[in-house]
Write a protein that binds this ligand. Structure first.
Ligand SMILES: [Zn+2]
Length: 244
């Protein structure tokens, strides 16, 4: 138990250090475009991150009281995109405007996966909202197969645990997109739209910004640990970035 507690405490401290560095660096550089410190150096520069906001068009996904899952997925995905763009990554989105998928058109998941694989990103992040019993809440990160996807999911979920004080763990799930994507892939179920309080949070732009920051930091942590598969990594991360 002590070991688990220590690991958790260290994780919290690591998060605090990252946030601390963020504040220090942002004070040193006044231009808004450079407010994000290069936590991984140039590791994200030139990488392609594909973000897939779940559902869209005819398929609204889960429904909350005030909002549909697809609406939230898109807004959160756009916030997540900006963090990666600030870090120099090339970001592709399966859709980025409500009108990209006509309202009467059926959501065809296999076409979406084909598009994702044709564009060949280094990493795929699917964004969904969960639904269920009204008391269920908090984000959870899913993966299907492979060490790279597992570690990515684990690092993102650890950041989300820190952010939400939740104990939800990563989980393996057989989802079409995760199964057929030819790259490390995760699905972040960002919270329950069926929980009234969490639905309110998920609709709040400030909360969306914070939530996506932790998803982004989790992805960067995965990069820092050199967990890219050999095919994706030309060289290991610089050692000095691992000692912070
Ligand atoms: Zn969904």
């Amino acid at each position: 138990m002590k070991g688990v507690w220590l690991a958790r405490a260290l994780g919290v401290m690591a998060g605090a250090v990252l946030v601390g560095s963020f504040i220090l660096v942002s004070a040193a550089h006044s231009q808004p475009k450079t407010r994000l410190p290069p936590i991984t150096g140039d590791l994200l520069r030139g990488r392609t991150v594909i973000i897939d906001p779940g559902h869209g068009g005819w398929d609204s996904g889960a429904r909350g009281t005030h909002v549909t899952e697809a609406e939230i997925n898109l807004k959160v995905a756009l916030k997540l995109r900006s963090w990666f763009q600030l870090a120099g990554a090339r970001v592709l989105m399966t859709w980025q405007h409500v009108q990209d998928i006509p309202a009467r058109e059926k959501y065809r998941v296999h076409q979406r996966v084909d598009w994702i694989n044709q564009h060949g990103g280094d990493v795929l992040i699917d964004i969904h909202c969960n639904s269920g019993n009204a008391v269920f809440r908090n984000p959870q990160t899913f993966y299907w197969e492979g060490a790279a996807s597992y570690h990515l999911a684990y690092d993102v979920q650890e950041e989300l645990q820190y952010f939400t004080h939740s104990r939800r763990q990563v989980k393996r799930i057989d989802q079409y997109v995760l199964r057929y994507a030819k790259m490390p892939a995760i699905n972040v179920e960002i919270g329950y739209v069926t929980n009234a309080e969490e639905e309110r949070l998920l609709m709040d732009p400030t909360y969306q910004e914070r939530l996506t920051w932790y998803i982004f930091v989790g992805t960067e942590r995965w990069l820092m640990k050199g967990r890219w598969s050999p095919e994706l990594l030309d060289s290991p991360p610089p050692i000095d970035l691992l000692v912070r």
